[in-house]
Design a protein around this ligand. Structure first.
Ligand code: SF4
Length: 425
């Protein structure tokens, strides 16, 4: 079994955090539609964009080819971009077509892209106008997934922020509740719901839930717990509604999951002894599952390129629960308030916020890590140079949170190294 390293005390070295500015090689925020449309079962995502946008979503969601997807692209043609057509009329026509085909849809998201931003198409105004026409049957919201404004996971942040703004308001007289924020696969949501129930924390709601119309009432007696580190804008929206955030390490690995649950328990006055009683067995089972993959990762030198914002918690999991050595942890943004508990667990580690892909590639080539975690665009060239890589997108598409997924999460990192060893024999 792998024992987690002790939590560092006040005299432990801080991580070495610095910022870089430059070119980045990261997917845009449209990618989030792939997991968001699976999660919110009565929502439809209509990208207002180009053929490139349509190709991106279709290839990212290729595995869904046999399911009836709840996303589409309203493709802007040249005459639209040249201002020769009334875009609002076109949009109304496409929205009417979608809703006629999909009467089960209760929330329609208009998702902005680079082309819609370049021509300054006001999707917020379009959403308000369409909502006024279609409510109470269908609510229309908008957010941007454009590559000019967003990286990979920021699309989810923008979407959840838009959703939270429409939630009913709670008052100080409403009972206290916990809201878990972040799109979790249903199986993970159910596991966490059971754990909170055992801890005696109730009611617990999830944002987003499976149905867009069943939003929790949000207000001063709402404590919220982020399940993902990239939800800074959503957190700011919740703060503006009077909700109170609980900062914690994120629920990746045995240690992270216990720390995350403990922070919620602490906020609700649940004694530490109760937390141990509920979590001890499950945490141990997770440690056993993780230990199966530790052999392949112990002492391995790992580098993260900035991509999903999941990098700091995943790096913490790799170093503390799998014994890997971190060469550099790149991340597109660091939301200091939410990442502080993670950074405290990464003493002395080089953390680089932002991106300068050329300089990062130089450092990677010089260090020749055993495993590089990066976006799809960088993985193939690095593999061709003899470096083992892991696509960071897989870490979003696969259930990875919580005790029961901790072994699978370890395996995701161990697999490329095992494959390389087999090839080298
Ligand atoms: S939104 Fe921008 S970056 Fe994303 S696919 Fe469309 S054109 Fe490309």
């Amino acid at each position: 079994m792998t024992a987690a390293a002790p939590v560092p005390g006040c005299d432990a070295p801080a991580p070495r955090v610095r910022s870089e500015r430059g070119q980045r090689a990261v997917f845009c925020g449209l990618t989030g539609i792939v997991w968001l449309h699976r999660k919110i079962q009565d929502a439809f995502f209509l990208v207002v964009g180009s053929r490139t946008c349509a190709h991106l979503i279709q290839s990212a969601a290729g595995v869904m080819i046999f399911a009836e997807p709840r996303f589409a692209t309203a493709i802007m043609e040249e005459r639209d971009l040249a201002g020769m057509a009334d875009m609002h009329d076109e949009l109304d026509r496409v929205v009417a077509q979608v809703l006629e085909r999909r009467p089960d849809i209760k929330t329609l998201f208009l998702v902005g892209s680079c082309p819609s931003e370049v021509i300054k198409l006001d999707l917020a105004k379009a959403a308000a106008r369409l909502s006024a026409k279609l409510m109470p049957d269908v609510r229309v919201l908008s957010y941007s997934g454009s590559g000019i404004e967003t990286t990979f996971t920021e699309g989810e942040d923008a979407c959840l922020s838009a959703l939270a703004r429409t939630a009913p308001r709670a008052t100080a007289d409403d009972p206290s509740q916990l809201v878990v924020v972040g799109a979790l696969p249903d199986v993970v949501e159910d596991q966490f719901a059971r754990l909170f129930d055992e801890l005696g924390i109730a009611p617990v709601r999830f944002l987003p839930g499976r149905r867009s119309t069943e939003l929790p009432k949000l207000g001063p007696n709402t404590r919220y717990l982020l399940a993902q580190p990239f939800l800074g804008a959503t957190a700011a929206t919740l703060d503006s509604l009077g909700c109170v955030g609980v900062a914690a390490p994120f629920p990746f690995g045995a240690e992270g999951t216990t720390a995350w649950l403990s922070a919620a328990a602490n906020a609700f006055g649940v004694p530490a002894s109760k937390v141990r009683e509920v979590t001890a067995l499950k945490e141990n089972r997770a440690k056993v599952a993780i230990a199966r993959h530790a052999g392949g990762l112990r002492g391995k030198r790992i580098m993260f390129f900035p991509d999903s914002q999941l990098e700091p918690p995943l790096a913490r999991f790799l170093s503390r629960e799998l014994g890997a050595e971190l060469i550099e942890v790149g991340t597109p943004y660091l939301h200091g308030r939410w990442l502080a508990p993670e950074l405290a667990l990464l003493p002395g580690v080089d953390v680089v916020e932002g991106a300068d892909v050329d300089r990062q590639l130089d450092r990677c080539r010089a260090a020749r890590p055993d495993l590089t975690i990066c976006g799809l665009g960088l993985a193939n060239p690095l593999e061709a140079e003899g470096l083992a890589t892991k696509w960071s997108i897989e870490l979003l598409f696969t259930p990875t949170h919580g005790y029961e997924q901790a072994g699978d999460l370890a395996e995701l990192f161990a697999r490329p190294l095992a494959r390389r060893e087999l090839l080298e024999v």
